[in-house]
Write a protein that binds this ligand. Structure first.
Ligand code: ADP
Ligand code: MG
Length: 388
């Protein structure tokens, strides 16, 4: 599939912009701060309903405006679809498909698929677990849009359960009668039931990613060291289970309940949920050592690129996708070439040059490697100009 047209109204720095796009490579060129990343961020948002730069939606709306509009025409084979998203911070986003009546934003997931490479990706390797969880969840949602609802349910249950644990803790410390523990039991079951679905889906995804990551790492780093990844569930640590087991949702649900049972007094004391998918991590290893803390800067970059390339290949392969479609996602490369040494830069360029649609941002045309020279759009002061 490819994105044929992007329109933005009051998104980030743009009052209004229209950007027609062709398949193949397009480079968005302009000095810093001109709005290049804002354009790729908008395309990525339609695919994942989130920004790769900020956790919430508020910064996406142009300052002074109440809501942002992102409209996109996506073409797949001989069929086109127009997706429109209205982003209103603090309210549920609304979507329209082909100009129809408004639906929940979630309903349009899966129509546009993207894989975004960005300077922030280094944090996948060097940073905290939340970035790695987000990496997995964004990919899950693109493959299985239904999981978007499960993930928001998980967030809601965690918020409510934490609030209850805090109340229980305060009551306990004041030597008052504790809150009704049966209410907590109800939230334990909800967390176990929803958490198990997320955990099982993430573990299966990691198993599917593993060979792609190993292969992509070898290609990016010219065969130096073997990259591996393991899903590290907080559940496994509590129950002292071997990581990477293939338990089904019913067993995982029972295991989560057991773990919460063991942790109850600790959870009340701390006022927070201590076991579940929100405390899990993805362990990245190079030659048997954790990449975080051991890998060099260059190796960390190779690993980050390998994770993104693996996403691209998994989506392209299409196995296990919820909808039947030619799965190839749009590749978005935001300012990454400037971050890489010459060797990695050339490798990455070769590996993505054959993709159906690649959108690159760079400060100057010279930053775009030779195999990726294609169409050029200049981005300056909120205006986009196609350069012939
Ligand atoms: N919500 C917003 N309202 C208005 N301007 C914004 C908003 N968010 C970001 N900007 C502006 O967008 C510009 C950055 O755009 P960006 O796409 O990151 O630039 P670059 O071309 O360097 O990738 C900055 O000038 C920033 O102030
Ligand atoms: Mg930028």
């Amino acid at each position: 599939m490819h994105v044929a047209h992007l329109s933005l109204v009051d998104f980030r720095s743009y009052t209004h912009v229209e950007l027609p796009l062709d398949p193949g490579v397009t480079a968005l060129i302009g000095p810093n701060g001109q709005g290049k990343t804002n354009l790729v961020e908008a395309i990525g948002y339609v695919a994942t309903l989130g920004s790769h730069r900020v956790p919430g939606d508020a910064p996406l709306v142009r300052s002074g405006a109440d809501r942002a509009l992102v409209r996109m025409r996506a073409v797949r084979g001989d069929r086109a679809a127009t997706v429109e998203l209205e982003i209103t911070p603090g309210k549920a986003n609304r979507a329209r498909l082909n100009g129809g009546s408004p639906v929940r934003a979630r309903e349009v997931l899966g129509i546009v698929r993207t894989v975004l490479f960005a300077p922030e990706d280094l944090a996948l390797v060097k940073g905290d677990p939340d970035g790695r969880r987000r990496y997995l969840d964004d990919l899950l949602v693109q493959r299985t849009p239904r999981l978007s609802g499960v993930l928001s349910d998980l967030d809601r249950v965690l918020r409510q359960r934490s609030a209850l644990l805090k109340t229980a803790g305060t009551a306990m410390r004041a030597h008052r009668q504790s809150v009704d523990l049966r209410t907590l039991d109800v939230w334990d079951s909800k967390l176990a039931q929803i958490g198990a679905q997320v955990l099982v889906a993430r573990r299966a995804l990691v198993d599917q990613l593993r060979p792609h990551v190993a292969q992509a790492y070898e290609q990016v780093s010219s065969g130096q060291g073997a990259a591996d990844l393991t899903y590290k569930a907080s559940l496994d640590a509590v129950l002292e289970l071997e990581p990477g087991t293939q338990a089904g949702p019913d067993l995982v649900e029972a295991q989560l309940l057991e773990a919460m049972g063991q942790l109850r007094s600790k959870e009340i004391e701390r006022g927070t949920s201590l076991v579940g998918p929100h405390r899990d991590d993805l362990l990245l290893e190079l030659g048997g050592l954790p990449a975080r803390g051991y890998a060099s800067h260059g190796e960390s970059w190779s690993f980050a690129l390998a994770l993104r390339l693996a996403s691209y290949r998994l989506l392209t392969e299409g196995d296990g996708l919820e909808f039947e479609q030619d799965g190839e996602p749009v590749l978005l490369l935001d300012d990454v070439f400037a971050e890489l040494d010459v060797r990695r830069r050339d490798r990455l360029a070769e590996l993505v040059a054959g993709a159906g649609q690649v959108i690159i941002t760079a400060a100057v045309p010279q930053d775009v490697p030779e195999p990726l020279v294609g169409a050029r759009v200049d981005v300056m002061g909120g205006e986009v100009t196609r350069v012939l």
